[in-house]
Design a protein around this ligand. Structure first.
Ligand SMILES: [Zn+2]
Length: 171
């Protein structure tokens, strides 16, 4: 039996026989690693498209699924940003593996937060909730996210996740 080890969120659960969960680790380029995975899965190189919103800069991390194979990978950054990015991609994977309830349980039991992750506006808000949890479980305050000003100011989904997290405290 395969076990999915979700490292930053500190979750483990059994996978179905046909599923795999692959934490590919730190990569030099998220775009390049995506292209390599597509080649590995037999997608012809001329069909490899780079999403236009990626522009010419590398995203910080990615969740990638091919059939039952789930991958996450990410760029290396500062310590707290590594935690933040990795937990974000892990949460995307958790969602696609149908295990968001495990994260809800941890938020309730460890952080005293009552959150309906499926009820959030989109996948990105959900994924940032994983990032926030990963920081808080390590005792890292949320204001550290201000260090990365570009990220903070341009990202509505993250702001929304932060606001919802703050209001979710169980009284
Ligand atoms: Zn995302």
């Amino acid at each position: 039996m395969n076990i999915a080890k979700i490292k930053i969120l500190r979750l483990e659960f059994p996978l179905e026989d046909h599923q795999t969960y692959n934490d590919d680790g730190y990569v030099d380029s998220v775009i390049l690693h995506t292209a390599q995975l597509r080649l590995k899965y037999g997608i012809p190189v001329e069909k490899i498209e780079i999403p236009s919103h990626w522009d010419f800069s590398d995203p910080l991390g990615r969740y990638y699924m091919h059939g039952d194979d789930h991958h996450i990978f990410y760029l290396r950054s500062s310590l707290w940003m590594n935690i933040f990015n990795r937990a974000h991609e892990e949460t995307h994977a958790l969602q696609c593996l149908g295990k968001l309830d495990l994260l809800e349980d941890k938020l309730r039991d460890e952080q005293r937060r009552n959150l309906d992750l499926w009820g959030l506006r989109n996948d990105e808000v959900r994924a940032y909730m994983g990032s926030i949890y990963a920081l808080r479980m390590r005792g890292i305050p949320l204001w550290v996210s201000r260090i990365n000003i570009d990220f903070n100011y341009n990202n509505r989904d993250f702001q929304e996740a932060k606001d919802i997290y703050k209001k979710s405290k169980i009284k």
